[in-house]
Ligand binder design. Structure first.
Ligand code: FE2
Length: 337
């Protein structure tokens, strides 16, 4: 009798150990934000599912998934740009997810039409200008940057940067390659210096008088506004955001996004995790801590509100991946380094 009891108990123990071992989700992520760690612990707290993370740049993670094939331990792949989500998808690295919740929570233009990847934060690529040298309303569109009155006044980072490639890819999708090339050539000629540095560096350069306007992702201004360095906070107080193309196609947005890997061993947990990212709780946590935009622009923070509300370009972000090779070629032709 006692023996039987022990046998049953050890069986129970074994199955709970097995359940514990299976209760995990393995992420390959290009993101390395402290806020992500908070989100992961919150997920574990709520579900009991352990989150394991491998971080590296997107191309390394995509290569790793390819070489690991069926043996890959990755359940999801996270990137900071829609073009890379599309590459992973076109390489067959993702699988379709059926989830009513994701259809509801993720706006259609921020997810793959085939339900293989989903945005979980939005990032607006905006114009940041010097308050004392540019009047509010003077800059209305990305196209304005190509006008002769902006000669020597514009700055942007390198064309090797995926955010710029994606901005141009969206322009190619709506205006065609010819217009996109003309724009890139003219903006390049209007630049105050060779493309260089990060988005944050562009804002700092505008604030310190090196140029009058920069093309940047809005959360970088959030990072400067809330910086521990008083110099950065001071610089941030000298610039403002203009949301471009508000009377037309809207401001260009990109996403941080995620999909379930083709050979995921913990698919159910992976879907649960993606659904969790789309929840109100996580959406407001990201908006507060990383200054990115939530999936629903109705959930913006007071900082976002201080920049004003904006209309996003709602072109499906698959276009950023589809047009990426063309965008790179156009930047080369425009000598935008
Ligand atoms: Fe970024």
């Amino acid at each position: 009798m006692i023996k039987r009891k022990i046998a049953i108990m050890s069986l129970m123990l074994m199955s709970s150990v097995a359940a514990l071992a299976a209760d995990e989700v393995n992420l390959y992520s290009q993101r390395h934000y402290p806020a992500d760690k908070e989100v992961f612990s919150l997920f574990t707290e709520k579900t009991g599912i352990k989150v394991n993370v491998v971080t590296a740049n997107a191309d390394e993670l995509i290569e790793r998934l390819q070489s690991e094939g069926e043996k890959s331990p990755a359940d999801v792949l996270i990137t900071k740009d829609a073009a890379r989500l599309h590459w992973a998808e076109s390489e067959g690295l993702y699988q379709e997810v059926k989830s009513e919740l994701l259809v509801k929570n993720v706006p259609a233009h921020l997810r793959d039409p085939g339900m293989r990847w989903f945005g979980f934060t939005q990032r607006a690529r905006v114009l940041v200008y010097a308050m004392d040298r540019v009047k509010a309303g003077e800059l209305k569109t990305y196209e304005d940057l190509a006008k002769p009155e902006w000669k020597g006044r514009v700055i942007a980072r390198s064309a090797s940067n995926i955010y710029n490639q994606s901005l141009l890819s969206a322009m190619i999708a709506t205006k065609g390659e010819k217009e996109a090339l003309l724009w890139a050539v003219k903006v390049r000629r209007n630049m105050a210096r060779k493309p260089q540095g990060s988005d944050r560096d562009q804002i700092r350069a505008v604030a310190s008088g090196l140029a009058d306007v920069a093309i940047v992702n809005s959360y970088y201004l959030g990072l400067l506004v809330n910086s521990e360095d008083p110099k950065d906070r001071d610089l941030a107080s000298k610039v403002k955001i203009a949301f471009p193309n508000q009377e037309g196609r809207g401001a260009h947005v990109n996403i941080s996004g995620i999909g379930v890997c083709k050979h995921a061993k913990n698919k159910d947990n992976a879907v649960k995790f993606i659904e969790f990212l789309s929840s109100k709780e996580v959406q407001s946590l990201y908006a507060e801590k990383t200054y990115e935009y939530p999936l629903s622009l109705e959930m913006i923070t007071p900082l976002h509100r201080s920049w004003g509300s904006f209309k996003p370009d709602t072109i499906n972000l698959k276009a950023l991946g589809v047009n990426n090779a063309k965008a790179i070629k156009i930047f080369q032709a425009a000598k935008w380094e």
